[in-house]
Design a protein around this ligand. Sequence first.
Ligand SMILES: Cc1cc2nc3c(=O)[nH]c(=O)nc-3n(C[C@H](O)[C@H](O)[C@H](O)COP(=O)(O)OP(=O)(O)OC[C@H]3O[C@@H](n4cnc5c(N)ncnc54)[C@H](O)[C@@H]3O)c2cc1C
Length: 457
Amino acid sequence: MNGAVAESLRGLLGERFATSPSIIGLHSRDESRFAPREPDAVAFAHSTEEVAAILRICSEHGVPVVPFGAGSSLEGHVLPVQGGVSLDLTAMDAVLELNAEDLDCRVQAGVLRIALEKRLGQDGLFFAVDPGADATLGGMAATAASGTRTTRYGTMRENVLGLEAVLADGTVMRTGSRARKSSAGYDLTRLLLGSEGTLAVITELTLRIHGIPEEIAAARCVFDGLDGAVATVTEAVQLGIPMARCELLDPAAIRAVNAHDDLAEPEAYTLFLEFHGGPRSVAEQVESVKEIAAGHGGGEFHWTSTTDERNKLWRARHNAYFAIVATRPGTRAQTTDVCVPVSRLAESITASAEDAAGLPFPAAMVGHVADGNYHWICPVDTDSESEQAALAAFVDRMVTRAQAAGGTCTGEHGVGIGKRDALLAQAGPEAVATMRALKQALDPRGILNPGKVLPDA
Ligand SMILES: Cc1cc2nc3c(=O)[nH]c(=O)nc-3n(C[C@H](O)[C@H](O)[C@H](O)COP(=O)(O)OP(=O)(O)OC[C@H]3O[C@@H](n4cnc5c(N)ncnc54)[C@H](O)[C@@H]3O)c2cc1C
């Protein structure tokens, strides 16, 4: 970065324009398998006006800008592969407006999802999208994130009503409205959802929120094999039972949690379920799924609606990620996801489980299965080139199989660096050329998070 740009940004932000090694280090990595890459500097923005001013300066000089939320993404999204400025939005963390009557709220992009959950909980409300990490709402929008409640409440694509965003040249625009539906022109909100900081910097979000249900029940059921578990989920989905959560752990994941938490759960495919509604409707949903599970060889169906017992029942699911990481101390967990039509889920997971058995490191599967979405979590020695190569090849094969089954290379983590070629294979050259044209129109100098999403030309 040339001295004039650094001077202008320092003049704008003072000490919030940072070049200290510790701050640079924190912004040079995410949770992915990719090697760290350092930005030249980190800019901490406090307002939309500052974001616009930073972009004006960087755009004038062609300096790359990489928006940075919590840095919890998993495909190299925030790595500044061409240097430049890492634009940290975490200080923009205000809940600006809460409309309980209309079930919507407006927040700044740096609000963390757990902080939002706490704030909304005070009014008996919740925001439904719950990725496993404590991500920022801006990062969640930029990755089109989802989580365990997607099967009932949708992903970020269904839960963001509108945005305020700053274009590469510093222009501030608003998209969407507070209305539940709209036929007014191109849908710029959904264009920016999943754009991974390559089209604009999101500064505010208008979100759909929900009332906390009167009754919540949790359930757990163990299966001898994968097929019975998946058949249970498929039938429940087909019958329209509105499960609020439906998660599957494989035997390796349960084994990891047993060792980590000193539990003695059967090491088998296990479904973790949650039901929301009034007491009668929840009881009906539980009974229906219990019957379906029994018809597909499910073991004992444990369920409860008290908070403590619910947490105990779901403990293995809640602790799975850290338990899997702990199976191999000194390694980093590398996580990847694909998503397929539910009818292809069993064959898709079975093929990847057979593949995973030949890997030179442990691997465990955790899935948001009612959506057809599953993840493999692999504790990998990041210093070992052969392990890294085996992981990359395993992911490639899984992606190819998912695409052949009519699915997608990523259901929720996004493309980042890691899945750019997979995007081309999936979307095809015509669609990717259209994406390039959109990028060119919104960011003609290519300063916004370069090297991400779109494959090299
Ligand atoms: C343990 C663990 C569990 C996870 N579980 C899930 C899960 O269940 N579901 C799921 O979807 N993901 C999951 N993730 C991945 C990750 O949490 C999500 O991708 C999350 O949405 C990223 O948000 P963030 O604030 O960390 O964004 P960052 O990692 O900081 O950024 C992600 C991308 O968004 C861009 N970006 C960030 N903020 C903005 C902004 N304001 N404007 C424009 N672009 C921006 C960045 O440039 C980058 O390209 C998990 C990750 C971990 C480590």
